[in-house]
Design a protein around this ligand. Structure first.
Ligand code: ADP
Length: 456
């Protein structure tokens, strides 16, 4: 069963289907006409007053699973994917949760706990508070003790690029502190915050790992997710380019050490920032499949979602043939997130009916689609991700060109897309060089301007 919607629900059901399992989808009332429902062998409505609430309704989801003898639930990303209570409820009801243990979800769901583990095993961290910060005085004392400005205040339970606030100077601290706390409470139900030094224009590099819960872990190399808008990823690449081989190896080793220490179960991602001097710092572990897992699958040839199901069913890495020396990278892969956001309205999510939908393809192009087809209604209730397009080629330049061509071929009418923005990124010489940092989009605001004619 896929306890999710959109493209990731389809991705999960495709993997389950290939493994010979029958598939079950869940959908909200608002999603009754969407694609993921029809891709499943069986689909069930989760009745809930709130469109998002349906995918968060642990009780009803478990009830449907039990009534229909569901063996395993894959939570995808977002929604219940990192919820320890949900993982526990699955366990208590004899349903396999495809992901880490409830204890691991709890530890890695709290960024301050994750930092503690990283520190214990000697993985370099962004200088920051040792735990949550409760008062403004505590925050001020910590910053004045040597970290200095700018700092970033983060929600301990934050995710998805939300719940972060950069504070440039001492006079902005009070406002930043109070806002961060109340935003964290409103968005994540927990006002805990912590503080890190704000690293100057870092690159975001992350390591994909798989573990079987015995302390055996392997990495599937790295991804560069530095192209971000407001701390949210836009285009992701595997492997990261122009990275000192020693730095890369140290990050891969640290990701393994950290997750082996935790006896990590299933798929996870260890995220790092790399500064201009080539120093790297751990920021967090995401204990779930990520949106950008596609690029890793494409360059390694390993199906991560299938691996997740097999590990959840009790297979060891060895039984899956996943030995570190057998895992290698071939060429370059890039993914871009096509969203129904309108660049001419400051990227506000657009809604409406898709009147024309002409997909794309060709050699080296992978499509992960969910809600996109002619007649589909894009509602305002959910994430605006319409489709992921991933390209594979032998060089970075060829890969960017292939992805750009695939995007230009793709046509949607009726709803605005962020296509012109993505094309601008892919054509930018700094992006093609492979050395952009997380400020790339902020430093190139022309990329955000709508381009007439290429938007739809
Ligand atoms: P989330 O869990 O919301 O994804 P992360 O901790 O992974 O949050 O951070 C997301 C992005 O925010 C990073 O990729 C980076 O661009 C920026 N960021 C986070 N921490 C720092 C930091 N200490 N200094 C500079 N940028 C940061």
């Amino acid at each position: 069963m896929a306890a999710n919607r959109g493209e990731i629900a389809v991705r999960i059901m495709r993997a389950a289907n290939e493994l010979g399992s029958s598939t079950v989808a869940l959908f909200s009332k608002e999603d009754r006409f969407t694609q993921h429902r029809y891709k499943a062998d069986q689909a069930f409505l989760v009745e809930n007053k709130s469109p998002v609430g349906a995918y968060l309704d642990i009780e009803k989801i478990i009830k449907i699973a039990k009534a229909n003898k569901v063996e395993a639930i894959h939570p995808g990303y977002g929604f219940l994917s990192e919820n320890p209570q949900f993982a526990q409820a699955c366990k208590d009801n004899g349903v396999v949760f495809v992901g880490p243990t409830p204890g691991q979800l709890k530890t890695f769901g709290d960024k301050t706990d994750a930092r503690k583990i990283a520190e214990e095993v000697g993985v370099p961290l962004v200088p920051g508070t040792p735990g949550p910060v409760n008062t403004l005085e505590e925050a001020r004392a910590f910053i004045d003790s040597g970290v200095g400005y700018p700092v970033i205040i983060k929600a301990a339970h934050g995710g998805g690029g939300r719940g972060m606030r950069v504070v440039e100077s001492a006079d902005k601290l009070e406002e930043g502190f109070h806002r961060a706390t109340s935003e964290a409470k409103a968005a994540f139900g927990d006002g805990s915050i912590f503080i890190e030094r704000y690293v100057y224009k870092p690159r975001h590099i992350e390591v994909q790992i798989l573990g079987d819960g015995t302390g055996n872990v392997v990495h599937l190399y790295d991804r560069d997710c530095s192209v971000q808008r407001r701390h949210q990823k836009v285009v992701e690449t595997a492997p990261a380019m122009s990275l000192d081989p020693k730095t890369r190896q140290a990050m891969l080793n640290d990701a393994l050490r950290l997750t082996a220490h935790a006896k990590y179960l299933n798929a996870g991602t260890v995220e790092f920032l790399v500064d201009k001097e080539g120093r790297y710092y751990f920021i967090e572990v995401n204990p779930r499949i990520q949106v950008e897992h596609t690029v890793t699958e494409v360059v390694t040839g390993i199906d991560l979602v299938q691996s997740q199901f097999r590990i959840a069913a009790g297979a060891t890495l060895e039984e899956l043939g996943l030995k570190q020396e057998n895992i290698s990278v071939r060429g370059v892969a890039m993914q871009c997130r096509v969203t129904t956001e309108d660049p001419s309205r400051d990227f506000t999510p657009d809604t409406g009916t898709i009147e024309v939908f002409r997909s794309t393809g060709g050699m080296g192009i992978r499509i992960d689609d969910g809600p996109g087809f002619q007649g589909a209604v894009i509602s305002p209730f959910y994430d605006s991700l319409l489709m992921k397009v991933t390209a594979h080629a032998m060089t970075r330049r060829d890969c960017a060109a292939k992805l750009s061509r695939a995007l230009r071929e793709f046509r949607v009418r009726g709803v605005s897309l962020n296509k012109s923005f993505l094309l601008g990124v892919l054509d930018h010489p700094d992006f093609v060089d492979g050395t952009v940092d997380t400020s790339f989009i902020a430093d190139n605001p022309q990329l955000l301007e709508p381009m007439l004619g290429s938007n739809r």
